[in-house]
Design a protein around this ligand. Structure first.
Ligand code: SAH
Length: 262
């Protein structure tokens, strides 16, 4: 028997529920304070991921974080957790707009500085190397994002390709990939979430803020630690502006979504 499909908001309906998915607590804490979100509750039995929710104007905002890895005592970052968390969330409730917000590596060669912000225009993986016909392309994902000119203008953000992988540093091969693909943001979650959103036909966007420059001689992890707090402040400003705008009562169509056939 066919399962009931999860009901999706029609693009002409007002957005009712927005999820903001962060990997790290430090990225998320500022928004929870500013929006006075409720206390964290578990997303699913056995997973450390947490949800906090509240209302902003006409919308419900659910903030999700990956939570603390019980074995290692640090945020459970990365693709596997991103994918699992997105799946658990999107299949357990109706989500009108799903936002991945987080920090990223940027590229001086593309005009980035610490704190620069981007909206994803395309999603790639840079470390899934499978030199076989078809599988190479699958490994690189190449998911096209819905372009959102209204939000690019509102938030003053540039749009560009985001590439995800499982490491904070980058190999020579990956640096070549970033140049070839003109990647503007390197992270460890966005493409995995975009793939789930595509399968489940959930309107999606990724908003990234630069903590470190990939094409700078100083290692990313040193830059990351020094800039995390200031970049998270800017990320919070941008996500707050986004949810307050959506909370004034806008439709998905206004944000760039179109009805999907079938
Ligand atoms: N070392 C950090 C752990 C965070 S790792 C710590 O001690 O707190 C990086 C996290 O920030 C990931 O969730 C990733 O999405 C993002 N990120 C920021 N800069 C990145 C970069 N240059 N490459 C990959 N991910 C990056």
């Amino acid at each position: 028997m066919q399962e009931e499909p999860v009901r999706r908001n029609h693009p002409k309906d007002r957005i009712g529920r927005v999820v903001v998915h962060y990997a790290m607590e430090e990225e998320a804490a500022g928004l929870a304070r500013r929006l006075e979100l409720g206390p964290p509750t578990p997303l699913h039995e056995g997973l450390p991921a947490r949800l906090r929710s509240g209302r902003v104007g006409s919308i419900e905002v659910i903030q999700c974080t990956h939570g603390t890895d019980p074995s290692h005592g640090v945020d459970r970052i990365g693709l596997e957790t991103a994918c699992l968390t997105a799946w658990a969330l999107m299949t357990s409730q109706e989500v009108d707009l799903y936002v991945n917000a987080g920090t990223c590596g940027g590229f001086g060669a593309r005009g980035a500085g610490i704190g620069s912000g981007y909206l994803a225009s395309r999603f790639l993986y840079h470390d899934h190397r499978v030199p076989l016909p078809g599988f190479r392309e699958q490994g690189e994902a190449r998911i096209e994002a819905t372009r959102r000119p209204v939000l690019e203008e509102l938030l003053g953000l540039e749009a560009g390709p985001v590439s995800s992988g499982s490491s904070l540093d980058a190999t020579e091969h990956e640096l070549e990939f970033f140049e070839r693909e003109r990647v503007v943001a390197k992270d460890m979650e966005a493409t995995a979430i975009a793939a789930v959103a595509m399968d489940l036909r959930t309107p999606f966007m990724a908003l990234k803020t630069v903590t470190d420059l990939v094409d700078h001689p100083e290692p990313s992890h040193q830059q990351f630690l020094r800039n995390l707090e200031s970049s998270c402040g800017l990320l919070t400003d941008r996500v707050e502006a986004l949810v307050r705008y959506v909370g004034r009562g806008v439709t998905l169509e206004h944000l760039g979504d179109h009805p999907t056939p079938g």
